[in-house]
Design a binder for this molecule. Structure first.
Ligand code: DGT
Length: 230
């Protein structure tokens, strides 16, 4: 039979001995992650965790996402420390369904956004080192593992147009160059795989298309996404 320890919340991947899967949807800002999550939330009985952006916009009344966009050098460490915490909460929350789908991950927060702040000279080396030590401790001592990454690959220009259209207040000052830098890091991480070790399969979906076409693509790739090892 199944031993009691396998039911423990410390091992979120084993409930009643059944395999649990975590899928992360990754991609640039405005790449269409929300549309993807909405599609799967409506058509399957999987558990969907959206990015905790609302938390970053209101930390007891402080909008640290907005502050970071206004002055990244000053507020980068504050935002990234908090994002790392909220992502850790998401990853370690006990699973209630056999498949969990997440918007982004603790991994992209570190490998893409922290990396970009550091490389662009907006984060001091010591802040980067402290965040990295926290991140490494988390990876080694908790379960933040991922079974499949779905990479919504876009061109930065398309994201830029979508960003302007959706008019999220904090994002009005994002220049095209920022989206290009984020894009380059995503490509290095998930396509060239030269940035950091990728320890799970990556499914790449071209995401420059309109919403209707994207939904068709999710339908086509549905089985592959939900059963990556079949
Ligand atoms: P979607 O559905 O693909 O359009 O996704 P969005 O754009 O609603 O959501 P997303 O993930 O691009 O993030 C919302 C905002 O939060 C966006 O302005 C980028 C920012 N953001 C997300 N994660 C991080 C992070 O780790 N660091 C920094 N600096 N910003 C982040």
């Amino acid at each position: 039979g199944i031993t009691r320890s396998k039911f423990g919340t410390s091992d979120k991947h084993l409930i009643k001995g059944e395999e649990k899967k975590t899928i992360c949807i990754e991609g640039n800002i405005a790449s269409g992650k929300t549309t993807c999550l909405d599609y799967f939330a409506q058509t399957t009985s999987i558990e969907v965790l959206t990015e905790p952006v609302s938390k970053w916009r209101n930390v007891r009344g402080h909008n640290i996402l907005g502050l970071m966009y206004q002055d990244a050098s000053r507020w980068g460490i504050t935002l990234q420390t908090y994002i790392q915490l909220t992502m850790l909460e998401q990853h370690t929350r006990p699973m209630i369904s056999s498949v969990r789908m997440m918007e982004r991950s603790i991994h992209s927060a570190k490998y893409i956004f922290v990396e970009n702040l550091y490389r662009s000279g907006k984060m001091p080396e010591v802040d980067y080192i402290v965040l990295t030590q926290w991140f490494d401790w988390i990876k080694n001592n908790t379960d933040v593992s991922v079974d499949l990454i779905v990479y919504l690959q876009t061109s930065p220009k398309v994201c830029y147009e979508r960003l302007k259209r959706r008019c999220r207040e904090e994002e009005k000052i994002i220049p095209l160059e920022y989206l290009e830098a984020i894009h380059q890091l995503y490509e290095e991480w998930l396509i060239k795989q030269t940035l950091f070790k990728v320890s799970c399969p990556v499914l790449v979906i071209g995401a420059d298309h309109d919403m209707q076409k994207m939904i068709e693509k999710y339908e086509e790739n549905r089985d592959q996404i939900l059963n990556p090892y079949n």
